[in-house]
Write a protein that binds this ligand. Structure first.
Ligand code: BES
Ligand code: ZN
Ligand code: ZN
Length: 489
């Protein structure tokens, strides 16, 4: 499906279907031509409500307001409705925003995100007729947006959607295929983008580096571990941003085995890895002026005679010792070593992304990412930016008392808290033990356990992998680099 731009007026453009947004519940918009019919058919104009008038070849979609995330939801709704018809072409006007280009970017993003489907394992693919969408710069006011701004907005929105969809594909692929070696292939394939290089390290390297925590998690797997390091280094980069992703290609729980119904969906335990690779891909395609690193700790958490055990004591790369009390708290072990490695890159900003705890899902619900860290300003900045991207985040605060719950009588720390409460935060505090003082205020931990994989459609997300964290980070990087064409601040 192509997205095109036209500077003609909306009524001058030929298309099988026209999309019209309704904010005013009395339908008092100059662009609503079918007020009486809408009233007669009981259309309320509520958010995410859509009505197709076939004889008018028009889809009306309700919106709370004309801010970007309502526009995304409405575009997604319109696209899903249109794909049920035989329409080949769709057209939509531009609803003016104080920052020109903002809504067009949101439209391109939403159409790209909503058009995604994962049919790799279906013997019959869902047929679709829709070939192209035309976004008109016409804003019904005769003002509109310049072609240059609109073209740039569509290109940025499309890259953001494609990167998110790339992460979805990695997460949705079955664990039999998407193992550490396949992730290595995927990481290497990013080298086709300008200024991107990839290094893949195996067991020997991890041993040399003293990554005893990462190695222990891999011990029962018949597939070797991989530490993947993808770098995007544009000339004259002004900042170095290092991302670390949890790449558990399957999490059985290990010997602290998960019950059957909790194990289903644990193919998505590499969503952090998928997200950091996708962010790097997006940043490189957008040619952002930052050096970006995506570091992935890839392995399965399996069971077998070699498996690491509760009661084992592991030594991480920074020399700290960890008592294993639960082998299902494995992500933090892999991340501990990867975070030590990541700091050797001397980041200006260090962000880890992980489906780390069920407790985060309990705390915030399944749609929201938990943001943790020591810097109030960094946490707030990302929280505010995530709203613009349409992703939901909540800040979970560290405190000294929760930190004490990680004490161990036999090692420097335990891999689980001694309390059943505050599990997302204690996991974040565990990771903090592997962050040097120098980097404490440059580090954020994002727990994406809730939104990374949801077993139902929601908003413009499909059932399954969602690419959680990709959009908010790309928005943040774009914003920081001030490269944006529109004036979002
Ligand atoms: N991968 C899971 C966390 C998870 C749970 C992700 C649900 C997505 C959805 C993680 O490795 C895990 O099992 N964590 C344990 C920690 C516990 C043993 C302290 C958990 O959350 O139960
Ligand atoms: Zn686990
Ligand atoms: Zn896990």
């Amino acid at each position: 499906m192509k997205i095109e731009i036209s500077n003609k007026l909306l009524h001058e453009v030929e298309a099988d279907i026209k999309v019209v947004f309704v904010v005013d519940k009395n339908f008092e918009h100059k662009w609503v031509e079918d007020k009486e019919e809408l009233e007669f058919l009981g259309f309320k104009g509520e958010s995410e409500e859509a009505l197709l008038l076939p004889h008018k070849k028009t889809i009306y979609v309700g919106c709370e307001n004309l801010e970007p995330d309502e526009i995304r939801l409405a575009c997604a709704k319109a696209l899903t409705q249109t794909k049920k018809t035989k329409a080949k072409t769709l057209k939509i006007g531009t609803y003016s925003h104080e920052c020109p280009g903002t809504n067009i970017k949101a439209m391109a993003e939403a159409f790209g995100l909503a058009d995604y489907s994962f049919e790799l394992y279906k013997s019959k693919k869902e047929p679709t007729s829709l070939e192209s969408i035309t976004i008109c710069t016409d804003d019904y006011n005769g003002v509109g947006v310049s072609m240059e701004t609109a073209t740039k907005a569509i290109s940025v929105g499309t890259i953001i959607a494609e990167s998110t969809n790339f992460a979805k594909d990695l997460v949705n692929t079955i664990p039999f295929e998407m193992n550490s070696l396949k992730l290595e292939e995927v990481a290497k394939s990013l080298e086709s983008i300008e200024n991107v290089t990839c290094k893949a390290y195996g067991k020997e390297f991890l041993e040399e580096q003293g990554m005893g925590a990462f190695l222990a998690v891999n011990r029962a797997s018949h597939i070797p571990p991989r530490l993947l390091h993808v770098s995007y280094k544009p000339k004259n980069a002004t900042k170095r941003v290092v991302y670390v992703g949890k790449g558990l290609t399957y999490d059985t729980g290990g010997l602290s085995l998960k019950p059957g119904d909790y194990m289903v969906s644990m193919k998505a335990d590499m969503s952090g890895a998928a997200a950091v690779l996708a962010i790097l891909q997006g940043a490189a395609k957008l040619q952002l002026p930052y050096e970006i690193h995506a570091i992935v700790g890839a392995t399965e958490n399996a069971i077998g005679p070699e498996a690491y055990k509760p009661d084992d004591v592991l030594v991480a790369k920074n020399g700290k010792t960890i008592e294993v009390r639960n082998t299902d708290a494995e992500g933090r072990l892999v991340l501990a070593d990867c975070l030590c490695y990541a700091q050797e890159q001397k980041p200006d900003l260090l962000i880890d992304m992980a489906t780390l705890t069920g407790a985060c899902v309990v705390a915030l619900g399944e749609y929201t990412t938990g943001i943790m860290g020591h810097s109030e300003s960094l946490k707030n900045e990302l929280h505010v930016t995530s709203k613009k991207s349409g992703e939901l985040t909540g800040i979970l605060p560290f405190n000294r008392y929760l930190k004490k719950l990680l004490k161990s009588s036999i090692a420097d720390m335990s891999n689980i808290s001694s309390s059943r409460y505050g599990g997302a935060i204690t996991a974040g505090l565990f990771l903090s033990n592997f962050i040097e003082d120098e980097y404490k205020d440059k580090w954020l931990h994002l727990d994406i356990a809730g939104p990374a994989y949801v077993e139902k459609d929601w908003g413009y997300n499909q059932c399954g992998g969602t690419g959680a964290g990709v959009r908010m980070n790309l928005y943040w990087l774009i914003e920081q680099s001030k490269n944006e064409q529109n004036c979002e601040k």
